[in-house]
Design a protein around this ligand. Structure first.
Ligand SMILES: [Zn+2]
Length: 289
């Protein structure tokens, strides 16, 4: 009925009231004033101790289910989105897309909407990469909240769901990111093997990175790739699929590699919305801001 903070406040006030009454029954003169002071101090001390604890989102940097590999693709939806989905589907694999609202394109464009509906309807995981690929730890709470909220509203309108997983751009997070993510009921996902495609790695270099991870006997693999690189979609993805499958890894969503059920990927399921004037990136933060 009451949350922890409310119960703490009630018990502190009751305790102070009890002591006030107990001491004010004393025959000593002046005891009422000192008892009142004592009671006040108790309330103040108790109040200081019951500032609501910050609820912090979990941060996951690795899969927890042995022999799973989560193939993740950031920064889309972009041109190779559907091709990635087709390649995953042909291999019986599931992937995870960390989607931006306004980065390489606007999430409400026809292309973006079609791509998201394509991957979502085929059971791949849609997760949030927040709105415009900002450096979240540089933002105050209002602007950070906006980064989460604009994306969640867009997911709800386009797909009828809000993701329960997010990845902060650049993998950058601080206490406030964890707090705002918790407010949005989202887990924070990082990675443990980076293809470095966003840092200019060639397909061969990315493939070598994954080969090294497998050869050192990684218990599980949580990848970082970007769907904005053609070589990632066309070359590295088929290589990864074969490499991981040959070594006995199951290719699953981020949710599944962390032991969650498919229904845990999303919250607040509704019917997708119908396009209207609110489906726009106009007036929202521009990429990288
Ligand atoms: Zn990114």
């Amino acid at each position: 009925m009451f949350d922890e903070a409310t119960l703490g406040m009630i018990s502190a006030v009751m305790g102070a009231f009890f002591f006030f009454n107990l001491l004010s029954g004393s025959s000593r003169t002046g005891s009422k004033a000192s008892a009142f002071l004592y009671a006040s101090c108790m309330v103040m001390t108790a109040s200081a101790a019951i500032i609501p604890r910050r609820q912090m989102a979990n941060v996951m940097t690795a899969c927890t289910v042995p022999k799973t590999a989560a193939l993740t693709f950031d920064d889309g939806p972009f041109s190779w989105h559907n091709q990635i989905v087709d390649t995953l589907d042909a291999a019986g694999a599931k992937g995870t897309f960390f989607i931006n609202g306004n980065n390489y394109g606007c999430i409400y464009s026809n292309d973006s909407v079609n791509r998201m509906q394509y991957s979502y309807s085929r059971g791949h995981q849609i997760a949030s990469h927040t709105w415009d690929h900002a450096h979240l730890p540089t933002l105050d709470e209002t602007r950070m909240e906006q980064q989460f909220n604009l994306s969640d509203v867009a997911f709800s309108k386009i797909l009828g769901v809000v993701p329960t997983f997010m990845r902060p751009p650049y993998g950058e997070y601080n206490d406030l990111v964890q707090k705002v993510a918790a407010d949005h009921n989202q887990n924070v996902i990082i990675w443990d093997v980076d293809s470095e495609d966003s840092m200019g790695a060639t397909a061969e270099q990315s493939e070598q990175t994954y080969t090294n991870a497998v050869e050192r006997g990684a218990a599980s693999i949580l990848t970082l790739n970007h769907e904005t690189h053609e070589s990632t979609a066309v070359e590295v993805l088929p290589f990864m699929i074969k490499l991981f499958k040959d070594k006995g890894y199951k290719l699953v969503t981020v949710a599944e590699c962390l032991g969650y059920k498919p229904q845990d990927m999303y919250q607040r399921r509704t019917k997708p919305g119908v396009r209207d004037d609110s489906w726009t990136c106009v007036g929202t933060p521009l990429p990288g801001q």
